[in-house]
Design a protein around this ligand. Structure first.
Ligand code: G6P
Length: 598
């Protein structure tokens, strides 16, 4: 989703510095980028941030140094990918950047046009600039921000500035925004620091500071070079309470890897081990609180979107196998009214900000009869909206994931769910998951079959029981990064219709925990019709009695463990197929890592 960035500093900085920092948010959207300074410099450009950076004047250009500036990287919603739709949007002396969707923008636009505003873009966001422009002549934008929050319907994280005024104004509803405070200053306030960085997420400044202020809905900030002041929607000043956060400080580089995706797949064994240690150590209290809340609950509802939904599906198998009454839904498939008294809702999300999930959680939390419905989080990014609203939360501690497609965060979601299930009696095969072995054995096979898969228009991934979520996840990964159609299905369902599509050399990837699995029969059925099967199995071809064009031999284990191993094989299959096709693997077209709109 869009990334917004604002910087105010005692010392001047260049727009190149600002835009380099914006690159840390590029996974939030990469349709266009732009920036504006209090001195009146404005530049917008379609395409990647690196292309934008290359188009900027050198540091020495006098109009390109500043003490207050805003920047934006866009994931288009309203209006095509074009320069006039890129942010910042400006009206007179006011420029803004926005993440979210303004639902009543047409009504506001008509109203502002009657007053003489001339709109230049097709976006919903531009109304914000024209709205605030009405207050441009006032000494400050307090009234403008309060009226804006009164009038806007929808979701927003906004940063506004006025030409000639080195202050930033920030407003929030539903979309995430956080203030990083850099340098040393007042310990219990945000006064006297050397610079202030406002952003959609903490990674924008995690290399510079560990102190941040997380804004809540209907709050706004005024930031100048000396302080950051927080207000409620009526303009009442609120205490600013910086929080200490711990997050990766690296610059988001790929080290010696060609892509973030492969780097992040290689990190799986380490982050999984770190999480196991964390759940036995620093997070043990959160884990036992979650376990006791789950014990008191009657049903467990696991929710998530995209890859996190697939983790929810596997979580359902694990918790059901452990004797709990568990269900999994995609975030958009679960309505708050479906939650019942004594339900435990487990919200799974890498970012902790996915709007499809957040709206459901907020609706549950707002139910007058919410009573003892518990909301729990399984998130990666610390202090995210979901973590802040949850009754208890486990962090999956996969670290910063830069590739848009989730890999290591999925693995750690499953590690956390396995740990929860174990607490209820689920029997695992491994005390320590052999994830490095999985990667080592799978990588050459993925490399070998990639050219063949890359030549296909479509493929099918099948699995049963706990391996069905891995089939879904493998298909999603292949679609996301290679752009080849892949359908993940229940093995048993194939014969009820989809079998009509099976012909000579169609790839069918089957996830088979052992020779007893019913998926073996499904593979026989497709092999009989000329399909080329690829087996991801905890047994050899001979034991399975299958032809198999290729075999990913994974360690044998419980179905859920094999499912995780298969999902990792799927990450490698997707990666090498996409690499063969020379796709922009880390930033697939049309996608964004953190989807903060509905
Ligand atoms: C986006 C990403 C997916 C991700 C999904 C849910 O669509 O591209 O990779 O799985 O959002 O994100 P979350 O942060 O809630 O796990």
């Amino acid at each position: 989703m869009c990334g917004i960035l604002g910087m105010v500093s005692k010392d001047s900085f260049s727009v190149r510095e600002l835009v380099s920092r914006l690159q840390r948010l590029e996974y939030r959207g990469y349709d266009s980028a732009g920036c504006a300074t209090a001195e009146g410099f404005l530049r917008r450009k379609v395409g990647s941030i690196s292309g934008f950076l290359a188009s900027l004047p050198e540091d020495a250009a006098p109009d390109a140094t500043t003490c207050a500036a805003i920047a934006h990287t866009r994931w288009a919603t309203h209006g095509g990918i074009a320069e006039q739709n890129a942010h910042p949007h400006c009206a007179g002396d006011v420029c803004i950047v926005h993440n979210g969707i303004i639902e009543n923008f047409l009504e506001l636009k008509e109203e502002l046009e009657l007053k003489g505003a001339i709109f230049r873009s097709e976006t919903d966001s531009e109304v914000i600039a024209h709205f605030l422009q009405q207050y441009a002549a006032e000494p400050d934008l307090h009234k403008g921000m309060q009226d804006l929050m009164e009038r806007l319907h929808g979701t927003y994280a906004i940063i506004a500035l006025r030409k000639g005024d080195p202050r930033l104004w920030v407003a929030k509803k539903d979309s995430p925004v956080v203030l990083g405070i850099v340098g040393s200053g007042g310990s219990a306030s945000a006064d006297g620091y050397s610079s202030y960085i406002v952003s959609s997420d903490i990674f924008a400044f995690s290399d510079l500071t560990r102190k941040a202020v997380f804004l809540e809905d209907f709050q706004y900030l005024m930031i100048d070079a000396k302080s950051a002041r927080l207000y409620d929607r009526k303009g009442k000043q609120l205490p600013v309470k910086p929080k200490e956060f711990h997050w990766e400080s690296h610059n988001g580089g790929k080290m010696h890897y060609e892509h973030h995706m492969i780097k992040e797949i290689y990190e799986v064994p380490d982050v999984a081990r770190n999480l196991e240690e964390s759940l036995a150590g620093p997070q043990a209290a959160s884990l036992s609180r979650m376990i006791s809340l789950l014990r008191e609950s009657s049903r467990i509802i696991l929710l998530g979107s995209g890859t996190s939904y697939h983790a929810a599906l596997l979580g359902r198998h694990l918790l059901t196998a452990a004797g709990l009454d568990a269900y999994a839904y995609a975030s958009t498939d679960f309505d708050a009214s479906m939650a019942r008294s004594h339900d435990a809702i487990i919200a799974i999300s890498q970012s902790g900000e996915t709007m499809d999930l957040l709206v459901t959680l907020k609706a549950i939390a707002a139910r007058p009869d919410r009573g003892d419905i518990r909301i729990m989080g399984l998130v990666n990014v610390p202090h995210s909206s979901i973590e802040r609203m949850a009754d208890c939360c486990i962090r999956v501690e996969a670290g910063q994931e830069v590739c848009v497609a989730a890999t290591k965060s999925f693995a750690n979601q499953i590690v956390a769910l396995l740990t929860l299930a174990k607490a209820f009696g689920f029997k695992t095969t491994y005390a320590r998951l052999p994830l490095a072995e999985v990667i080592e054995q799978a990588e050459p096979v993925a490399q070998e079959i990639a050219p063949w898969l890359a030549s296909k228009q479509s493929m099918y991934i099948i699995g049963a029981g706990a391996c069905y979520p891995a089939a879904m996840e493998m298909a999603l990964k292949i679609k996301e990064v290679s752009y080849i159609h892949a359908e993940g299905m229940l093995a048993g369902e194939l014969k009820h219709g989809t079998l009509a599509l099976i012909e000579k050399d169609v790839p069918v990837i089957a996830i088979i925990p052992d020779a007893k699995s019913h998926t073996v029969s499904s593979v026989k059925e497709v092999e009989a019709r000329g399909a080329s099967s690829v087996l991801v199995a905890g047994a050899d071809k001979a034991e399975l009695g299958l032809k198999g064009k290729a075999l990913f031999r994974v360690p044998a284990g419980s179905d859920a463990e094999v499912s995780l191993f298969a999902a990792i094989c799927g990450q490698l299959i997707a990666y090498y197929t996409a690499k063969h096709l020379d796709r922009p693997i880390d930033k697939p077209r049309n996608l964004a890592k953190s989807v903060t709109v509905l």
